[in-house]
Design a protein around this ligand. Structure first.
Ligand code: GUN
Length: 291
């Protein structure tokens, strides 16, 4: 079993990006600039956003973190996004999800102009992905593709089973893995909460991607020997014995599943770090497309 180490793979992507930023700076150009909006103070969102900002600074990007109170109205948030849309010094805009219940997430996603939508969630960008046109690939599926590439994992002809059909992970992942491209050309099955024979389908997976957000859902009995297992889950589970009072758990019961696999991602230290690499690549792309 080989551990797919997100730390090593994301480091390699970030080193490449840093070289490109250094080159820009050497030519007296400003670096790419990402604006991140966080609404309220959801603990997990705070951690993700802090990590995005830190990673920007590590590779020489500029970032602006905009903190908004959870009581902000939908219209006020749309207005804040419009200001960023028209600000020519900002290349990418990311609104951390989830948002408070009184705000319609779809409306917010559509308020970001597609040219600055580094999450790739805008329907224009999602549509381009479906048609195989150049676009921003949502950061988590993008990161998983970068991880497969880093480890030169051949995917052609394999059966990829994805558990989860979200617009953030499952759906775009299914498009990428089924596309006619290197690290694509899979036969893809998407499973979800209404899939009746999930166990049997998972047992047929050469590549299993777990993105349902249920800690340790995927058990050893669901794994085909030699499968490649990618764990997208990252749930905080209470644990009084830790300093923070919680532990991070993936969607895969790692200890029992790992011995069955040819490759597996750990949680933490796997897909999460690759998501940030994907976001940084999208931000550079937004910047370069504008020049
Ligand atoms: N919340 C969980 N994942 C994501 C993501 O990829 N982008 C944004 N904006 N919010 C998220």
């Amino acid at each position: 079993m080989i551990l797919l180490d997100g730390k090593t793979a994301s480091h390699a992507v970030k080193e490449q990006l840093k070289l490109q930023v250094d080159l820009l700076k050497a030519n007296n150009k400003r670096p790419p600039h990402l604006a991140v909006i966080i609404v309220g103070n959801n603990g997990a969102s705070e951690t993700y956003v802090a990590s995005k900002v830190k990673n920007c600074s590590e590779i020489g990007f500029t970032s602006t973190l905009i903190r908004l109170d959870s009581s902000i109205s939908e219209n006020e948030l749309v207005h804040a996004i419009h200001e960023l849309n028209i600000n020519s010094s900002i290349d990418g805009i990311l609104v951390q999800l989830p948002l408070p219940k009184h705000i319609n997430e779809q409306k917010i996603i559509e308020a970001i102009i597609p040219e600055k939508d580094v999450d790739g969630f805008h329907p224009v960008n999602a549509g381009k992905l479906v048609q195989g046109l150049p676009t921003f690939i949502p950061a988590t599926p993008f990161g998983i593709m970068l991880l497969l590439e880093h480890y030169s994992i051949q995917t052609k002809g394999k059966h990829a089973v994805i558990i989860g059909r979200s617009n953030i992970v499952g759906r775009p992942m299914s498009i990428l893995l089924s596309s006619n491209q290197q690290y694509g050309n899979c036969t893809v099955t998407i499973c979800h909460s209404h899939t009746s024979n999930l166990h049997e389908i998972c047992l047929q997976a050469d590549i299993l991607i777990a993105a349902l957000g249920k800690p340790e859902f995927v058990k050893q009995s669901m794994i085909k020997p030699g499968a490649i297992v990618i764990d997208v889950g990252i749930t905080r589970v209470e644990d009084a014995s830790t300093k923070k009072g919680f532990r991070l758990k993936g969607d895969v019961a790692f200890d029992e599943v790992a011995p069955m696999c040819s490759y597996i991602t750990p949680v933490p230290g796997g897909v999460g770090l690759m998501t940030i690499a994907g976001l940084l690549k999208n931000t550079l792309q937004a910047y370069l497309t504008k020049q």
